[in-house]
Design a protein. Structure first.
Length: 411
């Protein structure tokens, strides 16, 4: 133990003698560790953002949208005609065992008035099942009830953005708003959802009963009064999303009497799957950024090796003298290895501080989401120590194998 402590003291004393050279040697490790932590934080922030988007959509969610139709040989665009209905939604919930709940919805945009204030926002006509399908909680008040939908009740729930722009800090519950000159009573405040994957504010919205939307606000389709804009379908936990999607498509084709040669007149979108693909892409990007940043650690390790080789050359006579008075090869090996590891560890600690500062600066100035994980810090620090051992071993081994007589003669 005494010999080991003596080697540590000698190694630290040698580093203090050449402070500037030691600092410059550590610079590569500092940059490498800092870059790894910052880049991993950026990638983890992107993954967290995608996870939030998946959560805001609702778990195990499939969306059915109106598709294109053909008129006089012309193929119209997506949603050119409302081709799905409330009856389709009911059939999906009734006939497909994997479906937990199916919620039809109609949508439009209009100006909403409260007192002398007004705000242009999205109006969605929904059924009571919509809240379960989208995992959308009501944090104050109550959701839309079956009685509201059956009786075309003039009740509304407002999103956080809409509530702020119409009511400010005042309590929205019980307030009367006018949607296309029709008075609606606010009965609930929706929980915050944030932006979706397309950057749209999901909280800038008002939900009203579907029957009220069709009869009093948005109007009905002339060709089919039961038509809806989309259907949100929540699949039971543990069920195969792909299989459920195929069953939904097959059922709708049967109900719409489509022949095998005809295209679907609707669109089925598994949004959770799309966002999970984005999450996988974010993970790949995180690994790529970390790999690129790790190159700096490699460069820093090569710098340590170079400086340690120079140090061995400069201190050849010292090494020979120590061996002549009884120092063993492992003592010399330990001394130089300790120097290399110490350089790496100090550089690693400073690099951690630099990485945390860099992540915070990116978050503040560039407004990028960053998330620093303790595992990333531990990994970068451990890698820095490994770099010190790996790149310091060769110079230390070279020093330990010097011939004492030749070392003492070295000029």
């Amino acid at each position: 133990m005494t010999a080991a402590l003596q080697s540590i003291r000698i190694a630290l004393r040698s580093l203090r003698v050449n402070k500037l050279r030691s600092a410059l040697t550590m610079l590569g490790i500092i940059i490498g560790v800092g870059a790894v932590i910052t880049m991993v934080a950026v990638g983890a922030g992107a993954q967290a953002r995608v996870a939030e988007q998946i959560q805001s959509l609702g778990s195990n969610l499939i969306i059915v949208l109106s598709g294109s139709v053909t008129s006089s040989g012309l193929r119209m665009g997506t949603g050119s005609q409302l081709t799905i209905t409330e009856d389709d939604s009911a059939a999906i919930a009734r006939e497909i065992p994997a479906v937990q709940v199916s919620a039809p919805m109609v949508r439009g945009n209009t100006q909403v008035v409260f007192g002398n204030l007004n705000w242009s926002t999205a109006i969605q006509g929904v059924t009571p099942d919509y809240f379960e399908a989208r995992d959308w909680a009501v944090i104050d008040g109550r959701p839309i009830s079956p009685e509201d939908n059956d009786g075309a009740g003039k009740v509304a729930l407002v999103g956080q953005t809409t509530a702020f722009n119409l009511f400010g800090d005042a309590d929205p519950l019980g307030q009367i708003i006018r949607i296309k000159k029709v008075p609606f009573t606010v009965v609930g405040l929706l929980d915050r959802k944030g932006q979706n994957s397309y950057g749209q504010d999901q909280d800038d919205i008002i939900l009203i009963p579907m029957s009220s939307a069709k009869k009093k606000v948005l109007g009905k389709s002339n060709s089919n009064p039961r038509a809806v804009g989309s259907i949100s379908i929540k699949i039971r936990p543990g069920e195969d999303m792909g299989e459920a999607e195929n069953q939904i498509r097959e059922l709708l084709r049967q109900r719409h009497r489509l022949q095998p040669y005809q295209d679907d007149d609707f669109w089925v979108r598994n949004l959770s799957e799309v966002l999970q693909t984005q999450e996988e892409s974010s993970k790949v990007m995180t690994y790529l950024l970390a790999a690129i940043a790790s190159v700096s650690l490699l460069v820093g390790g090569i710098g340590i090796m170079n400086i340690m080789l120079v140090s061995v050359t400069e201190r050849t006579r010292e090494i020979g003298l120590r061996m002549a008075v009884g120092a063993r090869g492992r003592d010399i090996l330990g001394q130089f290895l300790i120097e290399a590891v110490t350089l790496s560890l100090i550089g690693g600690l400073v690099g951690i501080a630099a990485g945390l500062g860099g992540a915070e600066a990116l978050s503040y100035f560039a407004e990028w989401r960053t998330l620093v994980a303790p595992a990333a810090i531990a990994l970068a620090f451990g890698f820095a120590a490994a770099v010190g051992v790996f790149f310091g071993f060769y110079p230390a081994r070279k020093a330990a194998r010097l011939d004492p007589i030749e070392a003492l003669r070295y000029e």
